[in-house]
Design a protein around this ligand. Structure first.
Ligand SMILES: [Cu+2]
Length: 154
């Protein structure tokens, strides 16, 4: 009987430790992205540097143009919403030069959409411009029907 409170306390500590590990595991997964791009895309590499600087862990794959186009289409992105590289993070599609803070907001809000895009290649976006002053473009949210709305203005 003397040992029971001690053992209960141990169990509670073990459970808290396990919960902490689990929470960390989920947070880590949300910070992991997979980027698909074509081999000679310099601005794609610039964007990868930006999101890495902002704390995301990035795995990048070079694929051919057709495979990349097919992935965008299969992911539910219409051609007018396209850019260069396509990224997956926590089940969301991120198209092109979307700033990291918009991606953080997406992961925090977790809306029921396909993902975000910065259509085309905005001149003052991460990977296109040096530094961290992004302006003159909109990041769009793309829904399951392929329709877009402004998610964040820069
Ligand atoms: Cu680009």
């Amino acid at each position: 009987m003397q040992t029971r409170p001690f053992r209960n306390r141990l169990t509670a500590t073990a459970l808290l430790a396990a919960a902490g590990l689990l929470a960390n595991g989920i947070a880590a997964a949300a910070d992991e992205m997979t980027v698909y791009k074509t081999e000679y895309c310099g601005c794609c590499d610039g964007w990868i540097d930006h999101v890495r600087d902002e704390g995301f862990s990035v795995t990048a794959h070079d694929v051919d143009f057709q495979a990349l186009s097919d992935m965008k289409r299969d992911g539910g992105l219409s051609p007018e919403h396209g850019s260069c590289h396509t990224t997956w993070v926590n089940g969301y599609l991120i198209e092109g030069h979307v700033p990291a803070d918009a991606i953080r907001q997406l992961l925090d809000d977790a809306p029921d959409i396909i993902g975000l895009t910065a259509p085309g290649m905005p001149a003052q976006s991460p990977g296109m411009v040096s530094g961290n002053r992004f302006s003159g473009f909109d990041v769009l949210a793309v829904d399951q029907q392929g329709a877009s709305s402004v998610f964040k203005r820069y």
